[in-house]
Write a protein that binds this ligand. Structure first.
Ligand code: ATP
Ligand code: NI
Length: 309
């Protein structure tokens, strides 16, 4: 069980940036949840805040309960014991998740050696098995290679293998399909489907991928959680205008992304609903920031649902 309560992250730079704003979200044991939203909406920062891996200069408020312990209150040492061991992080394959100077097999072995005290030879054997499980191909050989010899898809799958090698029950993954073609994405989907028993929180901008791997979807827009419900409900009956517009923008829905500008939107984005300026249903009330309303368990941050709470 992972429970994020009223989490905010701010960067105190010259122009202070509110990267995450009052986000509350709970992920039950064994549940697979996807966080979707456009670039800059705060998805990665939200994951990093949960993991205590935020860059310098980030101010965090709120609570993150992992089995009744507030992770934000732990010391770096205590957090280190949980990270990798009980909660693992699968970073983006295109980033520096793999160390270019170390053999891939060694990197997949390391969490087992560090967190499970597995003897090195056994950890290496298990790494090769994990690589097989995640379709790396020619695994005995590939384990001895350095990351630069891997394709983007192979790197991403190796990162998933590394993320689960210590057998943590909870996995946080950031954009595991970024930069991959359809076929590679399908392979990542197959990898995730093998993680049925894990608790997963996965960030993606790819709604189609979110649909394949998650039971619930959290939609973020401009640092805010705007909607959170079952995958089925989000896809078949979205409540927030942003979610609806986003679904319309999917290629299979004909790329019909409509935005209307019915009212003047001066300052709406600073003071009120962040989506107001792009929303075709915006009305006077949207000058104020809406709270999250609960519509029969379906959470939505939009004034349209004020009466249904
Ligand atoms: N180190 C930093 N200092 C200042 N602002 C930052 C920093 N890191 C991120 N931000 C800002 O925080 C906001 C959220 O960033 P985040 O990386 O979480 O977005 P994202 O939803 O993951 O986007 P993407 O889909 O592009 O990965 C952005 O406005 C970003 O510019
Ligand atoms: Ni990101």
């Amino acid at each position: 069980m992972l429970e994020i309560k009223d989490l905010s992250v701010k960067f105190a730079s010259e122009h202070s940036v509110q990267a995450v704003e009052h986000v509350s979200l709970s992920v039950k044991k064994g549940e697979h949840v996807a966080i979707v939203g456009e670039t800059g909406s705060g998805k990665s920062i939200l994951l990093l805040a949960v993991l205590g891996l935020l860059p310098e200069g980030a101010l965090v408020t709120g609570e993150v309960f992992f089995e009744d312990v507030d992770l934000l209150k732990l010391s770096p040492g205590q957090l280190n014991k949980i990270r990798g061991n009980r909660i693992s992080y699968v970073p983006q394959g295109s980033g520096n998740g793999l160390n270019p100077l170390l053999r891939v097999g060694f990197q997949i072995s390391e969490p087992m050696v560090v967190h499970r005290k597995t003897p090195k030879a056994e950890a290496w054997r298990k790494s090769v098995e994990l690589m097989k499980r995640f379709y790396i191909g020619n695994e005995e050989q590939a384990a001895k290679q350095y990351p630069h010899t891997f394709s983007g898809g192979m790197k991403q799958r190796a990162l998933i293998a590394m993320g689960i090698s210590a057998d943590a029950g909870t996995i946080l993954a950031d954009e595991p399909t970024k930069g991959l073609d359809e076929e590679r994405i399908a392979e990542v989907v197959r990898c995730f489907q093998q993680l049925e028993d894990k608790t997963i929180l996965c960030v993606t901008h790819d709604l189609k991928f979110a649909k394949e791997i998650s039971r619930r979807i959290c939609v973020m827009y401009s640092s805010n959680l705007v909607e959170y419900a079952s995958t089925e409900e989000i896809l078949s009956s979205p409540l927030h205008p942003y979610t609806r517009d986003m679904l319309m923008a999917m290629p299979e829905n004909g790329l019909k992304f409509q935005t209307g500008f019915s009212v003047s939107h001066d300052n709406y984005e600073k003071m009120g609903c962040r989506y107001a300026a792009r929303c075709s249903e915006c009305f006077e009330k949207c000058r104020e920031m809406p709270p999250v309303f609960d519509v029969s368990g379906h959470k939505v941050r939009c004034w349209k649902y004020a009466s249904s709470d």
